[in-house]
Design a protein around this ligand. Structure first.
Ligand code: KIV
Ligand code: NA
Length: 265
C-alpha cells in the first residue's frame, strides 16, 4: 500500500472521502490497523490512560510518546503517524521545537498540540522548521484541571464563535489538520465547512472530514466509563481485524458516528 501523506488527507477532504483514524501505541496493532486501511494513526497522550492506567494525560512525557512512536513506526513503516506533544512540553515555541524534534526522530510525520490563540507563534515556528502540525480544539484533556472535568465544549453561541475564530487562526498559522474533541455537531460542521484543512472529530458528530477513536475504546476495553461518542466495534465483529474493517467502512460511508454518538448544540 502506498504511504499516506498530508497531501493525500487534504485531497480526501477536497473530494469528500471521509478519513478514518485510530490511536495506536505499539507495533502489533499498528500493523493490523495499516492492513485494514486506517488512513492515519495517532500516538496519543491518551496512553497515560490506556497504557499507564493514570486518570489523566498529565503524567505523560515526550520520552513516553517517542518510545511508542518508534513502536508504531516499526509496525507500520508506510503509515502517516501523528505524535502527541504531551502536557507542558510546548510551553514556549523554543521548547516545542526541541521536544518535537524527539518525536520526529522517533518516526512521527506530524505532531499534535492542544490549544488555540496562545499556540499561533509556536505553530509558525514548528512549520517554518519543517515540523507539520495538527491542532486540537474543543475539549482539551491536558487542561482538565482548568476545565474542571471532561465536558462538551462550545455549547454557548459565544464559545462556539470563539472556537470557529481560533480554528481559522490555527489554519492561518500553518496547522494542516485539526482535531475537534467533544463539541456539538453544528459547531464541528461550521468549522469543517470554513476550513480548507481536514477536521478530525472525536465526539464531534458526523460532519467532520474524518473520525478518530481511542483504539481501546473501539475494542470495548475501557468498561468502567464509556463516553457517549464511543462504539464497541469488537462486540459486533467478533475479531480484531473485522472490528477495524467495520470501523473504517462505517466512517467512510458516514454511518458512524450516528446521532446517538453525537452532541447537540
Ligand atoms: O490522545 C489522544 O488519544 C487524542 C485523541 C483522543 C484525539 O488526543
Ligand atoms: Na491527546
Amino acid at each position: 500500500m502506498a504511504a499516506t501523506t498530508i497531501a493525500k488527507l487534504a485531497k480526501m477532504k477536497a473530494e469528500g472521502e471521509k478519513i478514518a483514524s485510530l490511536t495506536a501505541y505499539d507495533a502489533s496493532f499498528a500493523r493490523l490497523f495499516a492492513e485494514q486501511g486506517i488512513d492515519f494513526m495517532l500516538v496519543g497522550d491518551s496512553l497515560g490512560n490506556t497504557i499507564l492506567g493514570a486518570s489523566s494525560t498529565l503524567p505523560v512525557t515526550t520520552e513516553n510518546i517517542a518510545y511508542h512512536t518508534q513502536a508504531v513506526r516499526n509496525g507500520a513503516p508506510q503509515a502517516f503517524v501523528i505524535a502527541d506533544m504531551p502536557f507542558m512540553s510546548y510551553a514556549t515555541p523554543t521548547q516545542a521545537c526541541e521536544e518535537a524534534a524527539k518525536l520526529m526522530r522517533a518516526g512521527a510525520n506530524m505532531v499534535k498540540l492542544e490549544g488555540g490563540d496562545w499556540l499561533l507563534d509556536t505553530i509558525r515556528m514548528l512549520v517554518e522548521r519543517s515540523v507539520p502540525v495538527c491542532a486540537h480544539l474543543g475539549l482539551l484533556p491536558q487542561s482538565v484541571n482548568v476545565l474542571g472535568g471532561y465536558k462538551v465544549q462550545g455549547k454557548e453561541a459565544s464559545a462556539a464563535d470563539n472556537t470557529v475564530r481560533q480554528a481559522m487562526a490555527l489554519q492561518e498559522a500553518g496547522a494542516q489538520l485539526l482535531v475537534l474533541e467533544c463539541v456539538p455537531t453544528s459547531l464541528a460542521q461550521r468549522i469543517s465547512e470554513k476550513l480548507t484543512i481536514p477536521t478530525i472529530g472525536i465526539g464531534a458528530g458526523p460532519e467532520c472530514d474524518g473520525q478518530i477513536l481511542v483504539m481501546h475504546d473501539m475494542f470495548g476495553l475501557n468498561s468502567d466509563y464509556l463516553p457517549k461518542f464511543v462504539k464497541n466495534f469488537l462486540a459486533e465483529a467478533g475479531d480484531l481485524s473485522t472490528a477495524v474493517q467495520q470501523y473504517v467502512q462505517q466512517v467512510k460511508e458516514g454511518s458512524f458516528p450516528g446521532p446517538e454518538h453525537s452532541f447537540k448544540g
